[in-house]
Ligand binder design. Sequence first.
Ligand SMILES: Cc1cc2nc3c(=O)[nH]c(=O)nc-3n(C[C@H](O)[C@H](O)[C@H](O)COP(=O)(O)OP(=O)(O)OC[C@H]3O[C@@H](n4cnc5c(N)ncnc54)[C@H](O)[C@@H]3O)c2cc1C
Length: 114
Amino acid sequence: MTSPSCDGLPLPQLAQPAIQSGRHAARQVERLVKGHPTVPLVYHDKGIMATVGRRSAVVQLPHGVRARGTLAWLAWLGLHLVTLLGGRNRLVRADQPVLALCELGPRRGRHRRR
Ligand SMILES: Cc1cc2nc3c(=O)[nH]c(=O)nc-3n(C[C@H](O)[C@H](O)[C@H](O)COP(=O)(O)OP(=O)(O)OC[C@H]3O[C@@H](n4cnc5c(N)ncnc54)[C@H](O)[C@@H]3O)c2cc1C
């Protein structure tokens, strides 16, 4: 679940807000258990990476660094594999994007014409 940042503005429904707000929620539960008051979320903008299609993504980093297309998709793929998945899942999930990258021809439909 994506929550508003401490300045009240809504955060985008992307992985970073979900990760940071999830960790924050867990820390607040710990604080309440220990009898401490909760504190507001301070969101750290690490930028945005999002896939927008086949071998295509957009990357927007805090210091004005922007990329799109295959380069951005490779950056997204690398970060996705390194940070979002556990060791065993990394190997299992790596095959599909890598196969998509290696595929050269136009996308073929699943159903053959008769
Ligand atoms: C197709 C797609 C592509 C995306 N691509 C990107 C991207 O490139 N970059 C990016 O930053 N973000 C991307 N996002 C967004 C990102 O995945 C989400 O913002 C993020 O996963 C939200 O995390 P979450 O923990 O809030 O919810 P979720 O990841 O949806 O996790 C919720 C979990 O709760 C479980 N659940 C639900 N109801 C119950 C219940 N009643 N009891 C027990 N468990 C329950 C669900 O099964 C699920 O595992 C994409 C999202 C989609 C759908």
